[in-house]
Design a protein around this ligand. Sequence first.
Ligand code: ME8
Length: 499
Amino acid sequence: MPYYVTTPIYYVNAQPHLGHAYTTIAADVLARHMRQRGEDVFFLTGTDEHGEPVALAAEAAGVTPRELADRNSARFEALMPQIESSNDYFIRTSDPRHVEAVQEIMQRVHDAGYIYKGSYEGLYCPSCADFKTGQEVGPGDTCPVHGIDLIHEKEENWFFKLSAFQEPLEKLFADNPDFVRPPERRNEALSFIRSGLRDISCSRAGLSWGVEVPWDPEQVFYVWFDALLNYVTALRFAREGEDLTDRYWPANVQLVGKDILKFHAVFWPAILMAAGLEVERSLVVHGYLLMDGEKMSKSLGNVLDPFEVIERFGADALRFYLLREVQFGADGSVGTAGFESRYNSELANDYGNLASRTIAMIGRWRDGTVAAVDHDPELVKDFEGIDVQVAELLDRVEPTQALEAIWVRVRRLNRFVEEQAPWQIAKEPERSAELDVVLASLAEGLRSVTVALHSFMPDSTTKVLAKLGTPDTDWQAAAYKPSGDGMQVTPIEPLFPKP
Ligand code: ME8
């Protein structure tokens, strides 16, 4: 089955930070997991390069928008392998093929009668590139996201008839209760729709860094139209000589942070309908990573550098920490102290030690060979359904719960070692068969949790599976097998050394 997952495309007005890594890592876990299940996966990420925020940042830096876009887009692209993102393509909206596709699709929207010339007057945030109305306006006409004064804008431009989609959008939400998740975000989007949709500007005058409106070269498209369309335009040119649109569109899961809910849950489906395209299957919205209680953001300057964390502890540790620490969907605080605590207690101790000592004991007492015996019935019971449970949680895009379901088994294996005390059994030669069962059960448990963890921590799990002599990561392999066929293990270095 085709499975298309996307992240937002990130603004190049600054450098990548942990917030960007977060969404990309979550999408990557889904993509890798679906590949384990044999699905036909396409995973897209990239950079949003046009518009006022980028033009303003370039001006401040004394470079052209294109220079700034090239420089910062390269940083985002470099982040991808560092966080072990397995994206199938990285789109840049300054790519002429994207520009051409936006023009073609917007021309279609225009020809279908959804675009007209009008005059806009209202409050605008240049950092959000968003026209604010009603509850979106903070005290004293400020932007609640950036804390800056909103600008009073009045201009002649092209309007998109968002109001024409009031009913279709209400119907979309009614027919698909899971279209936007979690439910709080669905309700938020729905109440925005029900409060009455006004038409929105879809072009800007007096701005040159953007996609030219084909029927009015004096204007460029409002950056959100250009940006949202990336999810469909990329499929046209991501593979040389092939158009992947029919294969992957509509996207299965579009992941976004809650800051851009309105654009993705309201504007985006309306644009798709206006263009005669299918609407995405689901939008999954996560919360904010907070530092010192505030949203981490470039403009606030309170950013934890993912590159530093990766250099010291590795990408697997960062991936694990972010998805484990912050309940996916809710806001949550992250920081060095919390990171080090999870790293030490869960990665180094719970999982790393489990792997080291399991493999070491099999080496010491069985010369590296796991006996082909029936496994401990109690342990077998506690592992029942691990594969089904984790797959269901990831189908619902609940990576934090999926990790917990796995960690319940990791902790169970550690308890099993303590309870069985194999070092005692090893002292009594007549209990040799018992030792075989304990070690084989442990090795199988380690193998099962490791396959289940593979999409979260691709690097360390690959190492463990190699040392267990069972490199298979297909999802069937996540199931615990109640009897063994004998594995051959080899010594392993500490997976998460204490820094
Ligand atoms: O909004 N916590 O780009 P952007 C969690 N270009 N996630 C965070 C975060 C935080 N503190 N900060 C950023 C844009 N993110 C537009 C999107 S899409 C067609 C265009 C993540 O660079 C989160 O996914 O401001 C958020 O939605 C996104 O980065 C915003 O990135």
